[in-house]
Ligand binder design. Sequence first.
Ligand SMILES: Cc1cc2nc3c(=O)[nH]c(=O)nc-3n(C[C@H](O)[C@H](O)[C@H](O)COP(=O)(O)OP(=O)(O)OC[C@H]3O[C@@H](n4cnc5c(N)ncnc54)[C@H](O)[C@@H]3O)c2cc1C
Length: 248
Amino acid sequence: PLACNTAAPDEGNMYLLGHIGSAEIKDRFLKQLISGEARSAFFMTEPAEEGGAGSDPSMMQTTCRKDGNHWVINGRKAFITGADGAKVGIVMAASEEEDSRGGACMFLVDLPDPAIRIVDVPNTIDTSMPGSHATVEIENLRVPADQLLGQPGEGFKYAQVRLSPARLSHCMRWLGACIRAQEIATDYACRREAFKKTLIDHEGVGFMLAQNRIDIKQAELMIYWCASVLDTGDLGSTESSMAKVAVS
Ligand SMILES: Cc1cc2nc3c(=O)[nH]c(=O)nc-3n(C[C@H](O)[C@H](O)[C@H](O)COP(=O)(O)OP(=O)(O)OC[C@H]3O[C@@H](n4cnc5c(N)ncnc54)[C@H](O)[C@@H]3O)c2cc1C
């Protein structure tokens, strides 16, 4: 995925900016992601131990308020994939403004920024994801008003626009990895001999590879099914959740 520029979170972020971004935002932020010159991060989740937003984004504690021609953002975020080393950030915060209170805003930011401090970069086993999944502290981050994505207060809606296709593209990346693993395993089982026959001819090995093929085909069909729902313009929230559980 990294080599094809379809890795998370860049793929989902590109999708979101392609759908919601103004011409100026596309030119300034999206272009560098599409060309692969920059990586991005999506700042939504917050530390659970502080009661912040997780599977329920409406619990968002990070706030944004207007100050002249800028917005000022404060809060803490967790599990922010790729934050360390990203050049583009999409930061989500709950609005404190009268006309958009109860809603969220999304902002495009240039990274690194001294107001976004990386507190911790956990040591995880998924080394294929550069930048790991950081915890960050946002303190008085000032963002020019023209770097607000879309309309104020519409952030939760935009998160939904991003999340369903992003779930599906997770499934597509996993399917690709599984097909490759299956190819490697089958190739080896067809070459390696033990007890005077190739491994594939031992039922214990052949059955496992056969079961894998069945699982892979089921995953593929589920992905096509969910994609066909998204193609109709439907948000596909239920379908993409089902696909993500089944395919993972
Ligand atoms: C590898 C990784 C990368 C990530 N990258 C990012 C990122 O780049 N940016 C970002 O903003 N976030 C990111 N996240 C965070 C991710 O979006 C959250 O982990 C997710 O939203 C769940 O929130 P939570 O961990 O706080 O779990 P919680 O919301 O505390 O949920 C805890 C448990 O409750 C269950 N649960 C929750 N709701 C329901 C429900 N309605 N029905 C049944 N069970 C339920 C869940 O299954 C879970 O087991 C990442 C997470 C991981 C693991």
